[in-house]
Ligand binder design. Sequence first.
Ligand SMILES: [Zn+2]
Length: 466
Amino acid sequence: MKITFLGAARQVTGSMHLVTLQSGYNILIDCGMDYELKRNPTFKEDIFPFNPADIDTVILTHAHIDHSGNLPSIVYQGFKGNIICTGATSELTEYLLYDSANIQLMEYRKALGNAKKTKRNNVPKPLYMSSHVKDCVDRFTIAKFNVPFTINKEVKVTLIEAGHLLGAASVKMEVVENGITKTIGFTGDLGRSNSKLINDTTILTGIDTLVSESTYGGRKHKITRPAEEEMLHYITTTCIDIRGRLVIPAFSVGRTQSIVFTIIQLKRQGLIPNVKIFVDSPLAIRSTDVYEKHKELLNPEAFAFQKQYGSLLEHEDIEYLTEFKHHEALMYYTDPCVIISAAGMVEGGRIQEHITNNIENPFSTILISGFCAEGTFGHRLLNGQSTISIKNKVKRVFAKIASTDIFSSHPDCDEVFNYINQTHQNGCKNVFLVHGDETQMTAMRDRLALAGIKVEMPEQGQVFEL
Ligand SMILES: [Zn+2]
């Protein structure tokens, strides 16, 4: 069999790896949107370097758009097989894909409005529409964690808890060719050992080959205190001491739920009375229901909490805003409060209005809660500029800008190293690094080399015989 690296090769986004068996059977692991390509002006609609009709099965590791975002495209371009994933992943992915179709349509409408009449034909069209999402969702086939799923007589797969997001899986694929069994593992995106809501990462064992993420291959998380203490600090210093507003840009799926759960734990202990919390993201609200529903995937602490209080993410002081008029009304709310809204890197979404509304207010704190790619608004905010342009206006930065790694859903360099080292000690012979920019990946490769572990950093399109 052979493996072809078609995405997230020496970059973070666009995860897509193709396993081709000797018989010609093709299995695609993830089919994610490539943001780096999208930013490139030569971006084309022809996004697959293969004929989608030639792919027999897709395995989806988790819901995030950089892993799932091109699934509607592959389906409408001719893929006829099943998309195997966990139940929670299927539900979260459905919400994320509809949201993605919606965002693309809005961006298209805006670009059409801005383009001169004669240039309108050149405006890039959305990659897919809501109807394509429906056709894609119909192909989801649910597999349970730790229960081997037979694809055909040559290959079976087992999904293992990756600990990165509700339902997120690592994939163990066992292939029998000429009477020999070969085992290949894909980490998907990994989690950390102290996740607020879900179980810790389970390390893949009994594999010959590992394809590992390396998002933070060269970076150590700055974590000095537990999540509750970190949140208590920011809420106390902003909302209680100076009666200001704490604005937290956060991804709607995963990050928002971890932050809300931490705040509710503080509320239940009576540590932050009289501070209202607003969650201003319709996608976050829909995803929150999936977390409440899939009790079986919660870690023991979250499971016990839900049992004790009847709910994980509900509290009388927390308001979830779905309607746009409530979002608008929040702009005029003057009491101390916490506002959690998307998008996490402040590239679009309702958070932009909250940033615009608070950035010149010295009593506000903007707390960046996750990775912000270079070139994004979140990244510029963290650079410490004294003025910043948002929504076509230049604003002075009077608000306090802070950041925390405590809610990061990816392992840092020590954790990635330990993972790979452990699989190596368990007999894994080949390691490929994906899902990391070149600097992060190179740092991990060099560190592993010192420990006697040789790894590959495949280029886009590179093929390896296994
Ligand atoms: Zn992810």
